[in-house]
Design a protein around this ligand. Structure first.
Ligand SMILES: [Zn+2]
Length: 62
C-alpha cells in the first residue's frame, strides 16, 4: 500500500501499486512523479496502538 499527498490540493490517495499513472482523485492532478509518503505503515501502527490503548482504558479493571 502506497500513499501520496497531492501537491496541489493536499488530498491523500492510496494505491497498491507505485507504478503507472496516478491521478489525484480530488483535483485530477497527475501525481505519477510525486514521491510516496514515508512511514505510512509506521503511522498506521502508531494510530492503531493509541486506539487500542484507549479501548483498554475503557474496560473495567479486573
Ligand atoms: Zn489534488
Amino acid at each position: 500500500m502506497n500513499r501520496r499527498t497531492c501537491p496541489d490540493c493536499g488530498g491523500r490517495s492510496y494505491s497498491s501499486s507505485d507504478k503507472g499513472k496516478w491521478d489525484c482523485p480530488y483535483c485530477g492532478k497527475d501525481m505519477s512523479e510525486v514521491c510516496n509518503d514515508q512511514n505510512l505503515w509506521a503511522n498506521l501502527t502508531n494510530a492503531l496502538e493509541e486506539k487500542t490503548q484507549e479501548l483498554i482504558d475503557l474496560l473495567p479493571k479486573a
